[in-house]
Design a protein around this ligand. Structure first.
Ligand SMILES: Cc1ncc(COP(=O)(O)O)c(C=O)c1O
Length: 383
């Protein structure tokens, strides 16, 4: 059987391939420490697990669920946005729960892109925006980010290009992989830009509570709902990556388009997961304070490790990664640099090049590893 042509537009996800190799090394007895992937190793709030367990005996627990999620979940998301971002959302029609924000990237793209449409995507950035765009026959149009502008796009420079075919623009602040933060002023300029060029902006916002004192939603900007959507997720904020719980928020008309796609693809989110998600969203700010105490200690150690590797990094960042520039004299590509560490020190970190050409020369360390393990890595590097 010949697969669809679209299958040739993408490659297997880097981590899907590389972690197979890492698992092979572990199976062969190598004591690999994985500082590569951003999958939280900590537990969700206890009440979340209790709520899931308790829900299993509810009469409706095992039935198909509403395509829009149960009303209590949408209400909890609305309250969470009001409390944490000062954004008012109508729980009836401005919120759509998702099975992780990653699926939302596909649903939004399917709702808005035709073949040949162009999509503005950050380089470096999360690779899924590119894959989804290509799978739909649309065209990625990269905007380069670099340290000199704190990894924010230069909108004036973008405007010098022909933007007439651009339908969507993906932004993601706090930014993965660099940890750069947006400012309110930048989001204001972005909304003006979006209105001028009739582009739908999507801010993918899963990192705003990790090592970040001022969570910011693009929807807090006046008039943003006309031209912007926001994706959010419980994966990192509440250590629930495997639960697959996220959401998209925005103007009712936009959400309706996304729902039209999504309701044809799945039949609702498992009831118990929704009950657990509600409890997570109801957490007090104390939850983030405690979580961030752990990440802050780990980050100190990763800074120490990066320094030992002669890498250079910015300390004014958010999110669960440290993005570091490789030593000038290494003469290695980032993939060769991380392979050397993998094969010589049994340590896996992520090469910056998988996030785009602008990521070459950088590596990304994850904070989803215990202090003990990071100390062990430091020891191995010192040897
Ligand atoms: C920038 C970015 N967006 C989205 C996701 C996907 O998150 P979720 O678990 O909600 O699908 C990730 C996960 O690593 C990410 O880094």
């Amino acid at each position: 059987m010949i697969p669809a042509k679209r299958i040739h537009t993408v490659e297997e996800y880097y981590f899907s391939k590389k972690l197979r190799e890492v698992r092979g090394l572990i199976a062969a007895g190598k004591p690999i420490i994985n500082l590569g992937i951003g999958s939280p190793d900590l537990q969700p709030p206890t009440v979340v697990v209790t709520a899931l367990e308790a829900s299993l005996h509810d009469e409706t627990a095992h039935k198909y669920q509403s395509y829009q999620g149960i009303p209590e979940l949408r209400n909890a998301i609305a309250d969470f946005y009001q409390k944490n971002y000062n954004v008012s959302l109508n729980a009836n029609d401005e919120i759509l729960p998702l099975m992780g924000s990653k699926e939302g990237i596909m649903h939004i793209s399917m709702a808005y892109l035709d073949e040949g449409d162009e999509v503005l995507i950050a380089n470096p950035g999360y690779p899924t925006y590119t894959s989804v765009t290509k799978l739909l026959g649309a065209i990625p149009k990269y905007y380069n980010l670099d340290a000199s502008t704190n990894w924010l796009p230069d909108l004036a420079k973008l405007e010098q290009q022909d933007l007439s075919k651009v339908k969507l623009m993906w932004v993601n602040y706090p930014h993965m992989p660099t940890g750069a933060k947006a400012t309110k002023g930048f989001f204001e300029r972005l909304i003006v830009f979006a209105k001028k060029h009739q582009i739908l902006i999507i801010n993918d916002n899963p990192y705003s509570f990790i090592l970040n004192d001022e969570p910011l939603s693009i929807l807090s900007i006046a008039g943003a709902k006309d031209v912007a959507l926001e994706l959010n997720s419980l994966s990192k904020s509440f250590n629930m990556a495997g639960w697959r719980t996220g959401m998209v928020m925005g103007k009712a008309a936009h959400i309706q388009h996304v729902l039209k796609v999504k309701s044809n693809m799945d039949s609702g989110m498992f009831y118990g997961i929704q009950k657990g998600a509600i409890k997570a969203l109801e957490s007090s700010k104390e939850w983030f304070t405690e979580l961030n105490k752990i990440y802050a200690k780990r980050r100190e150690l990763i800074w120490e490790l990066a320094t030992k590797l002669e890498c250079v990094f910015d300390k004014e960042t958010a999110g669960m990664f440290v993005w570091a520039k490789m030593p000038k004299n290494s003469n290695l590509t980032s993939e060769a640099f991380i392979d050397k560490l993998l094969y010589e020190k049994d340590v896996f970190i992520t090469p910056g090049s998988i996030f785009g050409t602008q990521g070459e020369g950088y590596v990304r360390f994850s904070l989803c590893v215990s202090e003990e393990k990071i100390k062990e890595v430091i020891k191995r590097i010192e040897q």
